[in-house]
Design a protein around this ligand. Structure first.
Ligand code: NAP
Length: 385
């Protein structure tokens, strides 16, 4: 007999397992599976990691062995019915004698969506779909955007004061600024640790050259969690002003950076290109927009070709404004510190037609982080057509 409360409990466990694949599953989806035997006891669990190849439900079935017969499979995403890197999981589920499959959602890939459920039902398995769907969609939102549109999910992350400023006026940047703690960060430790977790869940991070010149950041994932591919550090730099002495370039020669993980998009190559490349920086020239800068949509398409499913923009006012104005931003992560930087400080999105129009975020989540707060919300549904 199915019981919605018990079902929810096991689906939550499947979702937690799926999240264990953050940083390890892309460009494939995050999937967790729990098999409960006919007596109601957990017989097997699994979660997907790209390099392990085997899918979550196969790992769970292997662990369950004969106990899977007559049991229930709880899973956050529809099992696949097609031959991919592995044989169809639906065949294995049917062969194992699973009686019931409880899933949060269908596969967001329109080419295969629904086929797995169809095949399971055709084999006489009871299939229920839709419980905890909101949570499940959140877990695989980057995969959904990427698989449907061939571009990464774009999250704009900004750390700012209550009056929407991201940094003191440039002339004050090196001085002690009231409202900003020593060290120059606007937000506190808890918020910065939270940002590291967001970086961990992203395939790439992107800033403009202005941020490199102002702050000389490393842009690494310092969450301490394992990841399959290094966080790709993307710089928009039309004229290749990236200093060879920057910490970013220097990191490629140390154990901090990884080979090939700094990618600069420019709009015209010059003699600097060879110098950067000889230090391990990847430099690519892309079509440019009317302002002579790399066109942001072309940047995203290229990242999609590189199997980047998610990118977090952590830029300054110029890149933030350009990204928002071009309509590529799916999601915002706005961190607010209890400080006011004043009129002369740098706004979070400078000179943007975007900020001339009012917009309202959807599906809001609040995060309380020490003295700071973060608002997570969407400008567009990552699952939209
Ligand atoms: N609090 C925060 O969350 C945060 C985060 C990052 C930065 N900041 C602050 O922001 C300030 C830097 O602001 P910023 O506006 O100079 O930095 P930015 O937005 O990161 O970089 C802007 C530069 O990127 C280049 N660029 C290349 N392609 C572009 C494109 N398609 N669209 C827009 N820009 C493109 C442009 O230079 P070229 O024309 O030469 O290519 C442009 O001047 C610093 O004070 C930094 O501390 C704050």
């Amino acid at each position: 007999m199915s019981d919605p409360v018990t079902d929810e409990q096991f689906l939550r466990r499947a979702l937690d397992l799926a999240r264990q694949g953050f940083g390890l599953a892309a460009p494939n989806p995050h999937v967790g599976a729990v098999i409960v035997d006919a007596q109601g006891n957990v017989a097997g669990t699994g979660f997907y990691i790209h390099d392990r190849i085997k899918h979550a439900e196969i790992l769970a079935l292997e662990e369950a062995g004969e106990r899977a017969r007559g049991g229930t499979l709880y899973i956050n995403l529809e099992p696949h019915a097609h031959q991919g890197r592995t044989p169809p999981c639906t065949d294995a589920i049917i062969r194992a004698g699973i009686r019931r499959v409880v899933a949060c959602m269908a596969d967001p890939n329109p080419k295969v969506s629904g086929r797995g459920f169809e095949q399971l039902r055709a084999a006489g398995i009871q299939v229920e779909v839709g419980q905890l769907e909101t949570q499940a969609r959140h877990v695989n939102e980057a995969f959904a955007r990427y698989i449907r549109h061939g571009v990464p999910l774009v999250t704009l992350k900004v750390a700012m004061s209550l009056d929407g400023k991201i940094a003191p006026q440039p002339s004050a940047a090196t001085q002690r600024v009231p409202g900003i703690p020593p060290g120059g960060w606007i937000t506190g430790k808890a918020a910065r640790a939270h940002v590291q977790r967001q970086r961990h869940e992203s395939d790439a991070i992107m800033v403009g050259i202005g941020t490199i010149l102002a702050d000389d950041p490393l842009l690494t994932d310092r969450s301490g969690q394992p990841r399959r591919r290094p966080l790709l550090r993307v710089i928009l730099d039309s004229r290749l002003r990236l200093p060879l002495s920057s910490r970013l370039v220097q990191s490629l020669a140390s154990e901090i950076g990884n080979k090939d993980d700094v990618l600069v998009f420019c709009s015209a190559g010059n003699e600097k290109k060879n110098e950067l490349e000889s230090r391990g920086v990847r430099v690519e020239q892309l079509p440019h927009a009317a302002d002579g800068r790399p066109d942001i949509l072309s940047v995203l398409r290229r990242l999609g070709e590189l199997e980047i499913t998610s990118v977090m923009i952590e830029g300054g006012a110029t890149v933030n404004a350009a990204a928002l104005a071009s309509g590529v931003v799916d999601k915002l992560f706005l961190y607010y510190a209890p400080a006011i930087l004043g009129e002369s400080a740098i706004p979070f999105a400078g000179d943007s037609s975007f900020v001339q129009h009012s917009r309202r975020l959807k599906d809001i989540r609040w995060h309380r982080l020490g003295e700071d707060v973060a608002i997570e919300g969407y400008l567009r549904d990552p699952y939209s057509e």
